[in-house]
Design a protein around this ligand. Structure first.
Ligand code: HEC
Length: 434
């Protein structure tokens, strides 16, 4: 409702006609037009805030959006990408629990950007003050590189098949327990690196792992790194991933004598003949944390079955949290959950997590290329009797098949597997347990 309409309807019933007329005449005076949005005052701050972190010289966004000319040149694409919600890339819907380092635009900022494009993109003057009411960027501070896991040479994946899982073995020579507080993965070659996960290998299993790697150049490791105990995840990366810094007072223990194995999944669908050197950096502390962290996977691999042609196949995994805790030998009187990392492959369309029916993360439009670990602004607590749910949806119709070498694949029954063309319904819980 416009202000003048509101006022005239309010005036109905006023006893004095003269007063009504007075009000009416005040309203009919033209409203001052809102100042037109201009690039230098309104749009540059907004594009800096929401886009330029990736769209800058040397950034991952392929082209820069740091000048009027660039923004103007890409405006048709920007309009399409922003109005459809593809950019800025941020998958969780608004009904998710509040998440740290959210990239989504505020609705009014999105409306301003689109309106400015529609209004012919006035440039304005560089001398005009910039609007400054934008929310601050929550950055994940890069880790201090205390432990650098670097293969020091390129690895050429086995390109005789679409997927290669290679495990690189590192001995951090820990003479005492140390604690991971932050980390990041620097994937060497975005065309082929589909994930990297660092696992802790306990001292007792170290000889068996070293035996798999006589050359020191790593070994093939589909699925798990090949330990007999359940593998312990330290940190991971998948396309779209960002660095991770654990919440204040929490960290993840690396035990004295442990090895670290970094498993890199190479996928050659986008091109053979590539090589890669993926590096992981971890910041370590000597301080025993208030709350020790565990990264626990939730999945039921054997029960995942996606029929060929199914438009909306669903796997729902629902269980009391005590089951997960006991599997990893942890108590479940109080579980504090700091983050989730949901994961599916190419057929996935939707993924959501919930506790006792209340949504935690809801990703209504899954995109394999934008995956990350999400941290909650405030962690949630649960006990063993609380019910956790993970729900994954897949579209396995002819229209949703991956294109390989220019050929769209035909639907086939898909089950759990490590290959990019297999599927997963998986979520890591980052938690502490008492
Ligand atoms: C986290 C990094 C990141 C941020 C933030 C980001 N982009 Fe992008 N953008 C990319 C990457 C990477 C690509 C190329 C791959 C792709 O399309 O996903 C891309 C592609 C695009 C494209 C071309 C492809 C398409 O989908 O139309 C446009 C246009 C675009 N971005 C506009 C924007 C705008 C406008 C913003 C801010 C409102 C923004 N981006 C924020 C990373 C980012």
């Amino acid at each position: 409702m416009s202000p003048s309409r509101a006022m005239s309807s309010l005036s109905v019933g006023f006893p004095s006609l003269g007063f009504v007329l007075l009000l009416g005449s005040a309203c009919s005076r033209p409203e001052p037009a809102p100042a037109a949005l201009t690039y230098h005052q309104d749009i540059a701050p907004l594009v800096d805030r929401y886009c330029a972190g990736c769209h800058k010289e040397g950034g991952i966004g392929h082209f820069a959006l740091t000048s009027y000319a660039e923004v103007q040149r890409y405006s048709p694409l920007i309009k399409s990408a922003v109005s459809s919600g593809r950019m800025p890339p941020w998958l969780p819907a608004e009904d998710s629990r509040e998440l740290h380092a959210k990239r989504a635009m505020r609705p009014n900022d999105k409306a301003d950007l689109l309106a400015w494009i529609d209004e012919g993109m006035p440039e304005g003057s560089v001398d005009m003050p910039r609007s400054t009411d934008l929310p601050g960027v929550q950055m994940v501070a890069a880790p201090r590189p205390d432990l650098v896991l670097d293969p020091k040479q390129n690895y050429s994946p086995d390109s005789s098949r679409p997927d290669d899982y290679h495990c690189f073995v590192y001995d951090p020579k820990l003479l005492r327990d140390r604690f991971v507080v932050a980390g990041q993965v620097k994937p060497g070659n975005h065309h082929i690196v589909h994930h990297a996960i660092a696992y802790e290998i306990p001292e007792a299993e170290a000889p068996a792992i070293l035996a798999k790697d006589p050359t020191g150049r790593g070994y093939t490791c589909f699925g798990s790194p090949g330990t007999t105990s359940l593998p312990v995840t330290i940190m991971g990366w998948a396309p779209g991933g960002v660095g991770m810094r654990f919440p204040q007072g929490t960290s993840l223990r690396l035990h004295k004598g442990s090895l670290v194995v970094v498993q890199v999944h190479y996928n050659m669908l986008e091109g053979m003949g590539h090589s890669d050197r993926t590096v992981m950096e971890l910041e370590l502390s000597d301080e025993v944390p208030q709350h020790e962290l565990y990264s626990l996977p939730v999945a039921r691999p054997k029960q995942l079955l996606i029929p060929a042609g199914a438009a909306d196949a669903v796997q729902t995994i629902e269980f009391p949290l005590s089951l997960l805790a006991s599997r990893f030998g942890l108590p479940a009187n109080k579980l504090t959950v700091y983050g989730h990392t949901p994961h599916m492959h190419l057929l996935g369309t939707k993924i959501m997590t919930a506790l006792n029916g209340e949504t935690l993360i809801n990703i209504p439009r899954w995109d394999f290329h934008w995956q990350q670990g999400y941290q909650f602004v405030s962690p949630y607590t649960a006990t063993g009797t609380d019910t956790f749910k993970l729900e994954c949806h897949y579209n396995n119709t002819a229209e949703n098949q991956p294109v390989i070498g220019g050929v769209r694949q035909s639907p086939r029954e898909v089950t759990w597997g490590e290959g990019t063309l297999d599927e997963m319904c998986l979520n890591y819980l980052l938690l502490s347990a008492e």
